[in-house]
Design a protein around this ligand. Sequence first.
Ligand SMILES: C[S@@+](CC[C@H](N)C(=O)[O-])C[C@H]1O[C@@H](n2cnc3c(N)ncnc32)[C@H](O)[C@@H]1O
Length: 275
Amino acid sequence: MGGEYMEPSEAGNDPPAQVGGPAPGSDALRIDIVTLFPAMFAGPFEHSMIARAAAAGLVDIRVHDLRLWATDRHRTADDYAFGGGGGMVLKPEPLFRAVEDLLGIEPLRPEGPPPPCPVVLMTPQGHRFDHARARSLAAADRFVLLCGHYEGFDERVRLHLATLEVSIGDFVVTGGELPAMLVADAVARLRPGVVGLAGGVESDSHAAGRLEHPHYTRPADFRGWTVPSVLTSGDHGAVAVWRKRTAFQRTAERRPDMLAAVPPDRDEARWLGEL
Ligand SMILES: C[S@@+](CC[C@H](N)C(=O)[O-])C[C@H]1O[C@@H](n2cnc3c(N)ncnc32)[C@H](O)[C@@H]1O
């Protein structure tokens, strides 16, 4: 199921039961999320598409309590910042051990190889997360998401454990849990079969460098606000043109920067002249 997690008290000093790669032969995308607050993940992955994708073996999202890899009596995963200032910082040892255990690799060393799959640090200082990055993570067999808290991570985690730093936007939230949920969801829905409708993700906003066209459903007339007549005409060709045109128009109006990244095709160039 999605969002499996264990409380430290259930696990004693042993690594969690779900340690290890996906079942041999499984083509599920495996996402390991390491957090101080695993209970926060109890809801989001247990509903709707992600839950169905997990049940169908398409994604395997596992949530791990960072404190499982803290070795002292109090399972300490954070400590005061050197240099003072009061904020707490996540310690390197439990984070390194967590990733090494989860990936089944030897302890990382200065001259040794990097982790064999993406280890993603959730941080407001990272690359802005976008569709391209979601697509590249969706192409991996597995990856690890590290959730920060307090002042964030000891810098050695960033330098020597993480292979990618990701931000969900130019603002700061309390912890990496909500950002990790967003990233896991955005990546999981790009795996084949997760979004049922054929072509469903290809026409979504950002997938092809455009915002998506508007949608309408019944009733055709709501308080005098009516649906564009082309959508009820039964003319599929005309509907396709309307959708392409409205998608282009709203992209040009709201996100002209996207037109620079994916230049207008012939139809769009003509419509641009008419706007
Ligand atoms: C309060 S923030 C720490 C912010 C840090 N002191 C700074 O100024 O860069 C705690 C944690 O929340 C997560 N976080 C906060 N804002 C984020 C964002 N925009 N994108 C991704 N993660 C974020 C990170 O995991 C971070 O370590």
